[in-house]
Design a protein around this ligand. Structure first.
Ligand code: ZN
Length: 121
């Protein structure tokens, strides 16, 4: 009976190596590829976090430029470059028809019938 190793393609996206599987848990052809793979993943993760944080900060600066109580229509927010989906958290006020407030740190936009009102904590 011939003993034949299974083969596997290196898990590092930029490597085409096919290597014999001597250990089921081994997914990279070498330590170098393992290191490069983790470096690549960390870079992408850092970049993704940076871009999302930047938009939350941009939203925050827009809110800070206006007074608490100001109401915007959705179209006005869009023109200002405000992206509602980017917030640090949101809360739901169940006493007022489930009004959602999209917070950027200590300032938020509360959904109202006619638009979004700037509120603060
Ligand atoms: Zn490799």
């Amino acid at each position: 009976m011939g003993l034949k190793f299974k083969e596997r393609m290196c898990a590092y996206a930029l490597c085409d190596e096919v290597f014999p599987v001597t250990n089921e848990r081994k997914i990279f052809c070498s330590d170098r590829c393992r290191g490069r793979h983790h470096a690549l993943m960390n870079d992408e993760e850092t970049e993704m976090i940076r871009l999302e944080n930047n938009q939350i900060i941009a939203n925050y600066r827009i809110l800070k430029a206006f007074r608490v109580g100001k109401v915007f229509r959705r179209s006005e927010l869009r023109l200002l470059g405000y992206e509602l989906a980017y917030c640090s958290r949101y809360t739901v006020d169940r006493t007022v028809g489930n009004a959602v407030t999209y917070w950027c740190y200590d300032l938020g936009l509360k959904s109202m019938e006619l638009g979004f009102e700037i509120v603060s904590v």
